[in-house]
Write a protein that binds this ligand. Sequence first.
Ligand code: WT7
Length: 648
Amino acid sequence: MSEIESVLKETRVFPPPPGFSELARIGSEEEYHDLYRQSIEEPDLFWGRVARELPWIEDFHTVLDWSDKPFARWFLGGKLNASAICLDQHLTNGRADKTAIRWEGEPGDLQTFTYAELHQSVCRFANALKARGVKKGDRVAIYMPMIPELTMAVLACARIGAAHSVVFGGFSAQALRDRIEDGGCTAVITADGGWRRGKVLELKKEVDAGIEGLDDVHTVMVVQRTENEVAWRDGRDVWYHEAIEGVSDECAPEPMDSEDLLFLLYTSGSTGKPKGIVHTTGGYMVGAYLSSRYVFDLREDDVYWCTADVGWITGHSYIVYGPLANGATIVMYEGAPTTPHPGRFWELCEKHGVTVFYTAPTAIRTFMRLGEEHPARHDLSSLRLLGTVGEAINPEAWMWYRRVIGGDRCPIVDTWWQTETGGIMLTPLPGVTPTKPGSATWPFFGVDVAILDENGVEEGPNQGGLLCIRKPWPSMLRGIWGDEQRFKDVYWSDVEGCYFAGDGARRDEDGYFWIMGRVDDVINVSGHRLSTMEVESALVSHEKVCESAVVARPDEITGQAICAFITVGQEVEVDDSLRTELAEHVAKEIGKLARPSEMRFTDALPKTRSGKIMRRLLRDVAAGIESAGDTSTIEDYSVLAKLRGHED
Ligand code: WT7
């Protein structure tokens, strides 16, 4: 792993627009460097000050205890409540009548909530849960569409000290069941259905199937959204609108210890069952609050839209907790990005006057493919800042995002982080960092990051290695639910004393970080280690290619050979001359070494429901073997069947 060869060269640099820096919360490199230095050298001072910007019920006496490595504890002795931080403080700081949520359903229905209204709804929700016997220390599964009640459910759990375990509404009954069982959830909050691509996603039905025989689940609370028929079990099932009838709209927030569990969120590893990532209250809230404030440069009049689903960590940290802790106005949208038309996202930006927009590279590449005419139909001049998260963004997509969506005027923050890190770790600060397309640039405050080899030795400039974090940070995971050993093995055993969660990266001569993909996505061709991401990036930079996934296939001569799965534009002819053209293009971009030995053209790539390409499956397809591993998260099985050469 020590020498992943880096071949991607990117020389464009975009300083923040001067007007932007002048108004930004942090507006100069000097200020960033001073704060960063303090956050690393005097963490108690830095984090103590930041944490006290939030309202605590009881002040903490110790910022960090790192004596029981790898288990860090933050803000010891402190008591707080995450829902009070997101809501109650704004009732008395002038934001009571400010809009908290602007929500739009897929069919176009609208709802808005001020902070006062959201507070009231959350209190009633919390009281309804209490009335059903849900209490501090319980775990509650939430399986819902992107409707306001999802955000309310999350905050209602936090308010009464019950931990939430949000399961993305696109997961199957079986995936839901596994998570409910593993987390020991005793209640489920769901909806009759939700709108997705013009159809009703029948969530209650999935819940019924998923919890069949799980006697520990005493309550299923159901929000009415789509009014489709649902089966009902008396005693267990309760309508949300009935449960909140007549309950008080006051509910005192439960004082939580800083290290009390706030939520579990499941994420898949390369093998085995999903891991319940543990996040606790104090550190997580401080991290979400601070990163939202500075990365998205949140100002009082911003309209902030993160297009993720609350079912992912991005939604937890950057739809719910971070922005609301800052008193921001957020946009929430229920449906698919292209329903009912390919310009839906841009229509929403225009209609709601979105100023800060945060989305995923996979979405951006989809929009590139759909064509510029769709964003061109909408006035996007309200936008001032763009962000991306979830995977590396190839420079071509970055440039398109900047030009077509950002009008060459908005800085782009490419944010690297993970479910485990709780908050953004590598990112530009929009008023400070000169950005390079494809680089997540610099560490955020308190993040002591380095590129190391297996022995913990730091790699030199442009040498690929393991992306490691050497010091604890407030929003870090506190463990894997119920499996201490796995926590140590997965995250703390590759490099002595460091957190490592699987990404390879390099740092260039200017100190910029470039994520090279997961280390198991590394290809070794004739003794040369190549990042699959860089080969993909080269392919996608060809005008005829829309998306590509590159994996290794065993090869007798070269050790591993490069197999590329490629989707091309609708009008492009797939023939031998295209193959030659693309091979030459990769040779030109990277070198002959990186030319794929096999190219498979396909209409679509197999993806998880969060949009990540399932390379593990593609590796099996490339090697000609049937996948034995877990495919429960794949979005569209027919894609896989087609790639294997037989239709389902
Ligand atoms: C993995 C974490 C963090 C919220 C969404 C995903 C990849 C994430 C970037 C980025 C390159 C990225 C990494 C990471 N990743 N952001 N800006 N550049 N890669 O959360 O499901 O926990 O996945 O996503 O490989 O390890 P997640």
